[in-house]
Write a protein that binds this ligand. Structure first.
Ligand code: PXP
Length: 236
C-alpha cells in the first residue's frame, strides 16, 4: 500500500499571515493523523516563512505517526534536526525568493556537502531522503552519498498537460525502476493533486507520496479529515 505523508506547511502560512496562534499546524496534524495519514511533513525553511522551530518541537512530542522534516543542508538546520530527531528528513534545495521548492537537489554536483549532511543525520539515527529530479545521474549520486531514500520531484509531471504529461510520467517510471534496482526507498511528491495523483501512486515499488498544497486547499471546503481521506482512497 502506498503511504500518504501530508505536508501541513500552509496551515502555518495562514497563521503567519497574522503572526498569531491560529490556525495551529499541530492541531491540523492531529486531525490528519485521525484521518489515517501515515506521516506529517513540514519544511523548516531558513527564512521561517511558515513552520517555526516550536512547531517542529511540538509535533515531535505529540505525533504518533512519522514526522518527516524537509530541510536544506544549512549547518544550523542540520544541527537542529540532529537535536530534535524526527524519524525522517528529506533534504531539499532552498532559495530565499522561491514560492516553493523549485528543482530537485543537485546531489551529483554537490556530492561532498550533501554526503556530509547525510552522514551527520544518519549518525543521529534519522532516515535520510533526498528530493531529486527523476534522472539516473541524481539517483546514482543519491546512492553514492549514502541516502536511504529518494523522493522523486513530480512538479514537472504535475505542471505538464496532455501528451507532455505522459512523457513526464515515463521519466518518473524509468527513474523509479532505477531507484528500485539500487535498493533505494522510493517516494515522490510536489504538485500532486486529486486529478493527477493516480498514475504516480501506481508506480511499482512506490512507498510514500508527500502531498501538501492540494490537500490543504481542499480542506477549506470539506475539512481536513475528509480532504485526507479522499486522497487516501485515490492512492490506495
Ligand atoms: N515534497 C517536497 C520535497 C516538497 O518540497 C514539497 C513542497 O513543500 C512537497 C513534497 C509537497 O508539495 P505540494 O505542496 O505541491 O503538494
Amino acid at each position: 500500500m502506498v503511504k500518504l505523508g501530508v505536508n501541513i506547511d500552509h496551515i502555518a502560512t495562514l497563521r503567519q499571515a497574522r503572526l498569531g496562534e491560529v490556525p495551529d499546524p499541530v492541531n491540523a496534524a492531529a486531525a490528519v493523523q485521525r484521518a489515517g495519514a501515515h506521516g506529517i511533513t513540514v519544511h523548516l525553511r531558513e527564512d521561517r516563512r511558515h513552520i517555526q522551530d516550536h512547531d517542529v518541537l511540538r509535533l515531535k512530542k505529540s505525533l504518533k505517526i512519522k514526522l518527516n522534516l524537509e530541510m536544506s543542508i544549512a549547518p544550523a538546520i542540520v544541527n537542529f534536526a540532529c537535536k530534535v530527531k524526527p524519524e525522517a528528513v528529506c533534504l531539499v534545495p532552498e532559495k530565499r525568493m522561491e514560492l516553493t521548492t523549485e528543482g530537485g537537489l543537485d546531489v551529483a554536483g554537490e556530492r561532498a556537502k550533501i554526503a556530509k549532511a547525510v552522514r551527520q543525520l544518519k549518525n543521529a539515527g534519522i532516515s535520510v531522503s533526498l528530493f531529486i529530479d527523476p534522472t539516473a545521474r541524481q539517483i546514482e549520486a543519491s546512492r553514492a552519498v549514502g541516502a536511504d531514500c529518494v523522493e522523486l520531484h513530480t512538479g514537472t509531471y504535475a505542471a505538464a498537460k496532455g501528451s507532455a504529461q505522459k512523457g513526464q510520467l515515463r521519466k518518473l517510471l524509468i527513474a523509479a525502476e532505477f531507484a528500485r534496482r539500487l535498493k533505494l526507498i522510493l517516494n515522490a511528491g510536489h504538485g500532486l493533486d486529486y486529478k493527477n495523483v493516480k498514475p504516480v501512486a501506481k508506480i511499482e515499488g512506490m512507498n510514500e507520496l508527500n502531498i501538501g498544497f492540494s490537500i490543504v486547499a481542499r480542506s477549506l471546503f470539506v475539512g481536513i479529515e475528509k480532504a485526507v481521506k479522499e486522497m487516501k482512497i485515490l492512492i490506495r
